[in-house]
Design a protein around this ligand. Structure first.
Ligand SMILES: NC(=O)c1ccc[n+]([C@@H]2O[C@H](COP(=O)([O-])OP(=O)(O)OC[C@H]3O[C@@H](n4cnc5c(N)ncnc54)[C@H](OP(=O)(O)O)[C@@H]3O)[C@@H](O)[C@H]2O)c1
Length: 332
């Protein structure tokens, strides 16, 4: 009799497929923690992994889900005790190691972050990797001198998970935000989060010259490709671009001119292998001074494990908005 349910992904001679399966519980080994999960979430990467439309997983079969929040059920590491509320994002979760789309998660204790007061399992997963990544982008920009008085910050892929949290967070901290979105029907949502200007994907200012009129003091880019190239050409002197995503393409065709003539910085954002001390610090900030004020409204849906395949297709088709939380536990 299996002990719990999990959304498991296979890739073998029978093809790429995923669905709910029964699993047996395993006690934590030395240095590991067993988590009774409450919630997970859906990130772009989860949709790529769950459908096989991106090469995300490094081994099969694997339980999907790069995010998890819940309580420690058993710990074989002295840093954690039964009942501790915790959050896990990134590292190998849902990529090389079974992930958060299950009622139980067993992971190395080194990957587990104590949930700071001010966040519960639901709000931690409303943030999830997307919220953590928006905070990491801001952290990298601020560390490199970003300030609200330097000028506007543009956010691409603005109605997505990372994008909507970035718009909310930057606005709360006093930045003037321009949101770039391909979804005119969600204009009201972006205005509500605080975006001062909202433009379509084909309305970014500037042409194809290596340097165009300087507009942006900062940029949070979830799209990549031609949109990122266009941002490099239109940054103000010493502006920062946080490169997060590739929803529009993974290539970047630009010149060195913005970097050597305007001192523009292209800052890489890697939420997966973010060093643990920064990770802890960012979760603490997200619970307090960096808590997005409209977090609950940014959650557009709460789904169960059964709902995942349909959500994945919608997300990859560009038809989701904000964050999608996954209720993992069928018990209680
Ligand atoms: N570096 C990291 O550590 C890290 C962490 C998390 C996510 N990411 C990446 O960041 C990106 C956003 O992730 P997410 O979870 O927020 O995904 P998401 O919720 O699906 O958001 C992506 C947004 O990008 C826009 N978009 C989609 N397809 C596009 C296209 N073809 N051209 C231009 N814009 C397009 C859409 O916004 P509009 O309709 O409003 O334009 C969409 O809502 C993904 O590429 C993801 O892989 C990276």
């Amino acid at each position: 009799m299996p002990d719990y349910r999990a959304f498991r992904i296979h890739n073998d001679e029978a093809g790429y497929r995923a669905g709910i399966e029964g699993q047996s519980r395993i006690e934590p080994q030395a240095g590991e923690v067993l988590i009774r999960t409450r919630y997970s979430s859906v990130n772009y990467k989860d949709a790529l992994a769950g459908t096989g439309k991106g090469r995300i997983l490094r081994r099969y079969p694997l339980i999907g889900g790069v995010d998890s929040a819940g309580e420690v059920a058993a710990s074989a590491d002295s840093r954690f005790r039964e009942g501790d509320p915790v959050v896990v994002t990134g590292y190998g979760v849902g990529v090389t190691h079974d992930g958060g789309y299950a009622e139980w998660l067993r992971v190395p204790a080194d990957w587990v972050v104590p949930l700071p007061s001010g966040l519960d399992a639901f709000s931690a997963m409303a943030l999830g990797t997307a919220g953590f990544t928006a905070a990491l982008a801001l952290y990298r920009m601020v560390t490199n001198g970003q300030r609200p008085d330097l000028g506007p910050v543009v956010v691409t892929g603005a109605t997505g998970g990372v994008g909507s949290i970035a718009v909310d967070l930057l606005t709360q901290l006093g930045y003037r935000v321009t949101a770039v979105s391909g979804k005119p029907e969600h204009r009201g949502f972006l205005e509500h989060l605080g975006a001062k200007d909202i433009i379509g994907r084909d309305q970014l200012p500037g042409g194809n010259r290596p340097l165009e009129t300087a507009v942006w003091a900062g940029a949070v880019d979830n799209v990549g490709g031609e949109m990122l190239a266009q941002l490099t050409r239109t940054m103000k002197p010493w502006g920062n671009i946080a490169s997060i995503g590739l929803a529009g393409g993974h290539e970047l065709h630009t010149t060195v001119m913005p970097f050597i003539l305007r001192g523009v910085s292209l800052l890489g954002v890697d939420s997966v292998d973010c060093p643990y001390p920064i990770r802890e610090e960012l979760w603490r900030r997200l619970a307090h001074e960096w808590r997005p004020p409209h977090l609950e409204e940014i959650v557009s849906e709460v789904v169960t494990l059964e709902g995942l395949p349909e959500v994945f297709e919608r997300m990859l088709g560009g038809h989701t908005r904000g964050r999608i939380v996954v209720a993992t536990s069928a018990r209680d």
